[in-house]
Design a protein around this ligand. Structure first.
Ligand code: COA
Length: 575
């Protein structure tokens, strides 16, 4: 079938649905919901059999839903309606939540039901629920609805006739509903409120007496040095986060958005003020035994003979600033000295890495200089990994990975991807950025010169399955996050214990030496950076313009051509 995806943005849910539908033989084109006339034009050009709306912020125009079946993904259980579905579900601590696929009609979220899927609701960040449970449930429900539509004889159930309706119409959640009362709220309540608003819109609050929205909260279970401090008081800082007292403990706040500003690490948004707070550092990289905010954490398993090291890096949104790259490189260099045979780079729970930190760059006095520093720090980190010749290294991707993050992962010997993760191993969407992280060395040797050119040029997201079949990755593992961790640990232990471990390591060293003799890594790097220098400092400002719009979340004014296939020159509806 020809299916048009009508969406507010090409977010990871839309990417996943597009890829899954394509995998099942459907012809997909995408149009951003910019204006009624644009959507109408897309429908007229593409002549879809079906329209699917994975992520909309406004109603589909009547001119479209009257003539075409439009399936809308609502991130709520049957009967739930309104624009703050997940926010309310998290704040009211629902035990179970779900996704409903409804047919668009005049009343928003009130059309007949084509499919539904439910899941236990984790108390976690809203964006994390959206990227994991909601995306998984939406994929199941949309695929089922599309099958039902294709069968031709399915009659969707009007909402009034649905059984087990537990949802209801709920209003837009306002900041008054989200407000934290620091004098009364305990740690669990504060975390719940911040999670329900994270990544958007955050909780309106104030730090250092200045209004801001707060995000990225973590509990702290030890309160050394906090004697005599009062609830609501800022009591410490660590790297990018600040620590604030609650009634029964404290929470770390990692990110803030000041009035008219962009979302930034807390200690950068309030640089001068936070520098006066006492610094609470951690000793080394070992994972602490208590609840705290620890963005880089190392642990080991196995015996001396076949030990495995696991390096976690939980960077908000997978964005990696110059300082974060430098710290992670130091941690990796340290881990390389540990007596382990396999080193697993675990990344974070929701993202492995999305490359250089575009928000920190945007906020710098010279974004060009900061871009340059950041890409060099990323490259140094990638080099540390490529040159790790004492272990077999594994990048275990539990979360989505984009741009330079994909090539940092590919710098490991093995890339294992959790089923359901989306990869975007290309750079051009960011104002035609050329990219670095040694991609010109790492990618062609996996997928060939032509394959590398296609991946870079086509700018399409890859599912975990597609990444495996293209040769980009080495395994597609369990979709459940817990099962994935267990699977990764088991496979890593098997490699460490395998009788051919020494031979494998020797082969790795020999290959690296041969590659280096054929063309030194420094040459790849210099060539990539010559292009990047032009992106950052050259006459064409495309990268700076694209970054500005990405960071400021400017509304799209057209759908990129590589997504809107119906707008290709010469595109015709197949006979
Ligand atoms: N720097 C700073 N913030 C980033 C980021 C980066 N490199 N990549 C993603 N983010 C932020 C987004 O702004 C968004 O912020 P929010 O919390 O305010 O909503 C959040 O991470 C999630 O991103 P989103 O685009 O909603 O996630 P997604 O899973 O739907 O899409 C990508 C993933 C990778 C396709 C998309 O985020 C992207 O294109 N990122 C830019 C990658 C890039 O060009 N990096 C620089 C070159 S190395």
């Amino acid at each position: 079938m020809r299916i048009l995806l009508l969406t507010h943005a090409f977010n990871s849910l839309t990417q996943r649905l597009g890829a899954e539908l394509q995998r099942r033989g459907h012809e997909i084109s995408i149009e951003f919901d910019i204006a009624d006339s644009v959507a109408e034009e897309a429908v007229a050009l593409f002549k879809p059999a079906l329209i699917v709306a994975p992520y909309l912020r406004r109603a589909i125009p009547e001119s479209i839903w009257r003539r075409h079946v439009c399936l809308v993904v609502h991130p709520g259980i049957v009967g739930d309606r309104g624009p703050s579905a997940l926010d309310w579900a998290l704040q009211t601590q629902e035990a179970e939540w779900g996704v409903t696929v409804l047919q668009a009609e005049a009343e928003m979220d009130a059309g007949p039901v084509w499919a539904r899927a439910v899941f236990p609701l984790r108390q976690a960040r809203k964006a994390s629920i959206y990227r994991n449970e909601v995306t998984q449930a939406a994929t199941l429900a949309v695929l089922q609805a599309v099958e039902r539509f294709a069968a031709g004889d399915f009659v969707p159930t009007p909402l009034a006739a649905c059984r087990d309706v537990h949802g209801s119409l709920r209003p837009l959640m306002r900041q008054a509903d989200r407000a934290i009362d620091w004098q009364r709220n305990d740690t669990a309540t504060v975390l719940g409120k911040i999670h329900a608003a994270d990544g958007f819109p955050g909780v309106a609050d104030s730090l250092f007496g200045r209004a801001c929205h707060i995000f990225d909260a973590w509990p702290e279970s030890t309160l050394r040095g906090a004697a005599g401090t009062a609830p609501g008081e800022l009591i410490a800082r660590r790297e990018t986060a600040v620590l604030r007292r609650t009634t029964d403990g404290a929470v770390w706040i990692g990110h803030v958005k000041r009035a008219d500003g962009i979302k930034l690490p807390a200690t950068l948004a309030f640089a001068a003020e936070s520098s006066l707070l006492p610094e609470t550092t951690l000793d080394g990289w070992w994972r602490t035994g208590h609840e705290t905010w620890q963005d880089i954490a190392y642990e080991e398993s196995g015996s001396d003979e076949n030990a495995v090291g696991f390096l976690h890096f939980e960077f908000y949104n997978g964005a990696m600033s110059t300082a974060q790259c430098e710290r992670l490189r130091a941690a990796l260099a340290w881990a390389r000295q540990r007596p382990v045979r396999v080193l697993v780079l675990q990344g974070g729970a929701d993202f492995w890495s999305n490359g250089i930190h575009l928000n920190v760059i945007e906020a710098a006095d010279s974004p060009a200089d900061e871009s340059w520093n950041n890409i060099n720090a990323m490259n140094d980190l990638a080099l540390e990994l490529i040159e790790a010749d004492g272990q077999i290294t594994v990048a275990a991707l539990a979360g989505n990975t984009g741009a330079g993050g994909c090539f940092l992962a590919r710098a490991a010997d093995l890339v294992w991807v959790r089923e359901g993760v989306m990869l975007n191993p290309h750079y051009k969407n960011m104002g035609n950025l050329y990219g670095s992280e040694y991609w010109s060395y790492l990618l062609p040797r996996r997928v060939g010169e032509d394959g590398a050119r296609d991946i870079m040029r086509n700018r399409q997201p890859l599912t975990a399955q597609a990444a495996l079949s293209s040769g980009f990755s080495d395994a597609c593992l369990a979709g459940d996050a817990h099962a994935f961790r267990i699977d990764v640990a088991r496979r890593a232990a098997e490699i460490a214990a395998a009788p051919d471990f020494a031979a494998r390591l020797t082969a790795k060293r020999e290959r690296r030496a041969a590659d280096e003799a054929a063309r030194p890594l420094a040459v790849y790097r210099a060539e990539e950076l010559a292009h990047m220098r032009r992106n950052f400092y050259g006459f064409d400002p495309s990268y700076h313009v694209a970054r500005h719009h990405f960071v400021r979340k400017s509304l799209a004014s057209w759908t990129p051509r590589h997504l809107a296939r119906h707008r290709d020159l010469g595109w015709k509806v197949p006979a």
